[in-house]
Design a protein around this ligand. Structure first.
Ligand SMILES: Cc1ncc(COP(=O)(O)O)c(C=O)c1O
Length: 481
């Protein structure tokens, strides 16, 4: 970055000084950034140390550089005052350049990425947050340490594009027993969460213009993945039995796929009935469509027994099953899986290799041991008890303090429940005001595509201790009044 020209008439010391000063004034070097030692600079640029020492001394004297104990020389945290106005702001440096600069068509269709206030905090009602203080961190960290200590060539190199066989075998066993899937390890691909699972699935099976049934209301990020793949979304209403298959057939009989959350519909919390499951499988078989089953949190069920997964009921290799560790462990792990019909495995591998080659190896090994040594099953058992208590406390508090204002629509599974508002409140506005009071509830209406959205809230209880729930519900009641 600091260019030296030996043939220039300017002295070396001046060239070094000017280059650093310009880089700092223009903002390409930022406060706190480390400057190479004079010795290293001289050796890498092939110049003697004297001009470098002189230039550094001047930059220090003028306040562009400062020395920090333990960090060597860094760009000053406050550069000389008279220069401050010319330092470009982030917005200026990102200003559009002249001339046409076209975006990809489907990227342009994605909604603007927002950071609404309810996503910014953690605590009462935040959705998707687990009870992180209950996670067996000591076990996890000792497994991480164990695997880091014995890193061999295999862990350093690119892993298998489908993921490690040890982890895939443990997952296949778990899915066969706990979720009644029909699958072998060869069909399991490790991915960085359901989001990537859906992305790979869409690239392998769908084309721009393909019509896809999506649940109305549904999970917005999954819709975005389909939009990016160029798909045309067909919203299909969800009622008390899950996605209304007959309505889907009326709207688009020839759709290429249906994306569903049958175990625990997001966000209404419904479990798809056995009749609807069979109807959906029949439709897929008769019209040649795919079913993408997003099973994101079915480990936690509180009422009725789980119904077998769609994948387990499917006799025609039409279901792609997506699973994730985001709820059952923690979301920053970015670990999930997709179960692929046998004859499509190589197509999915081809897509995967073109995207990101393979998943990272170390956490796969850690997770495989975490499951194989029984910690995973133990963690699920403990969390099921904890979340059941939190959910019961929330349901009871809602009945006591909010019963006249809201209706609970689904609370039989997972780490959230949804309530709809009985009168003309706007969920968006209330959620904004709630966030100012550290209540991180999500409004329900953005889960709908187009008009006719119901107003309500998605209330997470995963990270809200029982003792805090009544007070949080009362705060929400005050906002609604
Ligand atoms: C319906 C649904 N699917 C999937 C996920 C999880 O996605 P990921 O595995 O990418 O973290 C979520 C998370 O909130 C979700 O609500």
């Amino acid at each position: 970055m600091i260019a030296i020209n030996r043939k220039a008439s300017k002295t070396l010391h001046r060239q070094i000084y000017d280059s650093y000063r310009t880089a700092i004034v223009e903002g390409s070097l930022r406060p706190g950034q480390r400057i190479p030692s004079s010795r290293m600079f001289a050796s890498e640029s092939g110049v003697s140390r004297f001009p470098v020492l002189n230039a550094y001394a001047q930059l220090l004297a003028e306040g562009y550089f400062e020395s920090r104990v333990g960090a060597g020389t860094v760009v000053s945290s406050s550069i000389p005052d008279q220069l401050a106005p010319s330092v470009p702001t982030r917005a200026q440096s990102a200003a559009p350049r002249s001339g046409p600069r076209s975006l990809a068509r489907f990227c342009a269709r994605l909604p603007r990425p927002e950071r609404p206030p309810w996503l910014l905090g953690s605590g009462a009602f935040s959705v998707g947050q687990v009870a992180f203080d209950e996670f067996p961190l000591h076990i996890w960290s000792s497994l991480v340490a164990r695997h880091c200590r014995k890193l061999g060539a295999r862990s350093f190199h690119y892993g298998d594009p489908v993921g490690s066989i040890a982890l895939r075998e443990t997952i296949a066993t778990y899915l066969r027993t706990a979720r009644s899937l029909r699958c072998e390890a060869e069909q399991v691909m490790i991915v960085s969460g359901s989001q990537q699972a859906l992305d790979i699935t869409a690239r392998a099976l769908l084309d721009p213009g393909s019509r896809v049934w999506v649940e109305q209301p549904g999970y917005r990020l999954a819709r975005d993945t389909l939009i990016l793949a160029g798909c045309r979304l067909v919203p299909v209403p969800v009622d008390g039995e899950g996605m209304d298959v007959a309505a889907g057939i009326r709207r688009s009989h020839k759709a290429r796929a249906a994306l569903v959350t049958p175990s625990h519909q997001f966000p209404l919390g419904v479990t798809m009935s056995a009749t609807r499951r069979l109807q959906l499988l029949d439709w897929a078989q008769s019209s040649g469509a795919w079913i993408i089953e997003d099973d994101y949190d079915s480990e936690y069920r509180y009422g009725n027994n789980p119904i077998a997964s769609l994948q387990g009921l499917d006799a025609n290799a039409r279901v792609i099953y997506l699973g994730t560790f985001s709820k059952v462990l923690f979301p920053s792990l970015r670990m999930g899986y997709v179960v692929i019909p046998c004859d499509l495995v190589d197509r999915f591998i081809a897509v995967r290799r073109a995207m990101d080659l393979a998943p990272p190896t170390i956490y796969q090994d850690v997770l495989a041991d975490f499951i194989a040594e029984g910690h995973f099953a133990r963690h699920i058992r403990r969390m099921r008890v904890l979340y059941r208590e939190r959910r019961s406390a929330l349901v009871a508090s809602i009945a006591k303090d909010l019963g006249s204002l809201v209706k609970v629509v689904g609370s039989e599974a997972g780490m959230y429940l949804t309530v709809t508002l009985k009168d003309g409140h706007r969920d968006h506005e209330i959620a904004e005001r709630a966030a100012r009071q550290s209540l991180w509830t999500w409004p329900l209406s953005p889960s709908y595509l187009g008009d006719g959205a119901r107003q309500g809230f998605i209330l997470g209880f995963g990270s809200t201790p029982v003792a805090e729930i009544p007070r949080a519900v009362r705060k929400l009641r005050n906002l609604l009044r």
